[in-house]
Design a protein around this ligand. Structure first.
Ligand code: ADP
Ligand code: MG
Length: 380
């Protein structure tokens, strides 16, 4: 099975983005928030990108999660360089403006390596050249944008984009819109709440999950479709937090379930969906169960504190101590700034905890707090 197209949604969003006046921050950017695995990246790549391109926009796509070891700043710069490289005219323009006009160009005299954050050619200058060459609106899509503020270079890239946004939205060029996505509203909010941020004031919109039309499409591909009621399957999908993979996994298991007889498919599918949800929850908690007592205590206190988490305050140290006393009374670890720091680094390495460059910590996936709560793992 392939991908269910969401063209109407893409067209609607594309039209709004390109029509919005850029007189304010809210006109030049948009944040889309939705939980993980609900189809954001797929929508950006399969639906929104083509919808924008059909309307003549130049689209640049940077996925800050595609390679978790890559610095988010580098990923943004690389995506912009790749877009520049696709137009020979842009390279010529940049070469000229760098005083290389006497050299025969063809891309050889000017290396795109010079475009970057602390390099000769700023992102702003590069995007302006692209805008002038294409004579069209540029749309930069940053997937999992919250990762931009986990590194210095990423934060710098955002400042550079703010400058680019102001430049391209001036009357001299053809406009820049930035679409950012993320799975965590709190983290995205950090990107748009302070005046010095590139996205200050950009609206934060809940990205809609796949709906009944997707379910109808999904069912229509199944050999046992006549046994299924679309409304009911939609309810199961909703209980599975709108994750297509849960549905897909259940169907895969059902297709090879040799014991299931005609008339039993609906009931069996429901069971398998519930099993997939349990397995996925179990998998998420498995990592938590493998932590050292101190790491576990730090994670639990962080998860219970939410946005108010202050890792090294005396009160927080008391909470680690109390948590340790309940989960590992014999562990004999005394929480101190040093080992708490180490525990936080280990939790980041395990992709459980996210740290902004300014030292703010949060759960990588806010859903984990819910799971830990249900499992009785959170301190009061
Ligand atoms: N429109 C769609 N039709 C079918 N499957 C989809 C659709 N959107 C997402 N999926 C599937 O759901 C899973 C998660 O999608 P993804 O786009 O990676 O989510 P996110 O970016 O929100 O984490 C992927 O396996 C993807 O193939
Ligand atoms: Mg994604």
């Amino acid at each position: 099975m392939t991908i269910f197209p969401r063209q109407a949604l893409a067209d609607d969003l594309a039209a709004r983005l390109l029509a919005a006046p850029a007189t304010s921050a809210s006109g030049s950017g948009l944040f889309l928030a939705a939980p993980r695995r609900t189809g954001k990246s797929t929508f950006l790549r399969e639906d929104l990108r083509p919808a924008l391109a059909r309307r003549g926009a130049v689209v640049i796509y940077a996925d800050l999660w595609a390679d978790k070891t890559a610095d988010p700043g580098d990923v943004i710069v690389a995506a912009i360089r790749a877009a520049l490289a696709q137009r020979e005219g842009v390279v010529t323009r940049l070469a000229r403006s760098s005083g290389l006009d006497k050299v025969s160009v063809g891309g050889l005299a000017f290396s795109l390596d010079r475009v970057g954050l602390a390099q000769g050619v700023s992102l702003s200058a590069a995007l302006a050249a692209l805008s002038d060459e294409a004579q069209a609106m540029t749309v930069l899509i940053v997937d999992e944008a919250q990762h931009a503020i986990t590194s210095e270079a990423g934060a710098n890239a955002l400042f550079a984009l703010k400058a680019a946004r102001d430049e391209l939205n001036s009357s001299a060029h053809h406009g820049l819109r930035v679409v950012a996505t993320g799975s965590n509203r709190d983290k995205l909010a950090m990107l748009r709440n302070s005046k010095d941020q590139a996205f200050f004031g950009a609206p934060l919109v809940n990205f809609p999950p796949l709906g009944p039309d997707y379910i109808a499409w999904f069912i229509s591909h199944l050999p046992f479709r006549q046994e299924l009621d679309a409304d009911q399957v939609y309810q199961w999908f909703s209980a599975a937090a709108f994750r297509p993979e849960i549905l897909g996994g259940a169907v895969d298991a059902l297709l090879y379930d040799l014991a299931v007889r005609p008339g039993q498919f609906a009931q069996r599918l429901h069971q398998l969906i519930q099993e997939q949800v349990r397995a996925s929850n179990h998998e998420a908690l498995r990592v938590v169960h493998s932590l050292t007592p101190l790491q576990s205590a730090v994670l639990r206190v962080l998860a219970a504190s939410g946005a108010g988490y202050a890792p090294f305050e005396a009160q927080t140290m008391d909470r680690y101590r109390a948590t340790l006393a309940t989960i590992a009374p014999d562990a004999k670890v005394e929480p101190e700034t040093n080992n708490v720091q180490q525990a936080l680094v280990a939790l980041q390495d395990k992709a459980l905890v996210w740290k902004a460059a300014r030292g703010v910590y949060a759960l990588e996936d806010s859903f984990l707090a819910e799971l830990m709560q249900q499992a009785g793992m959170l301190p009061a």
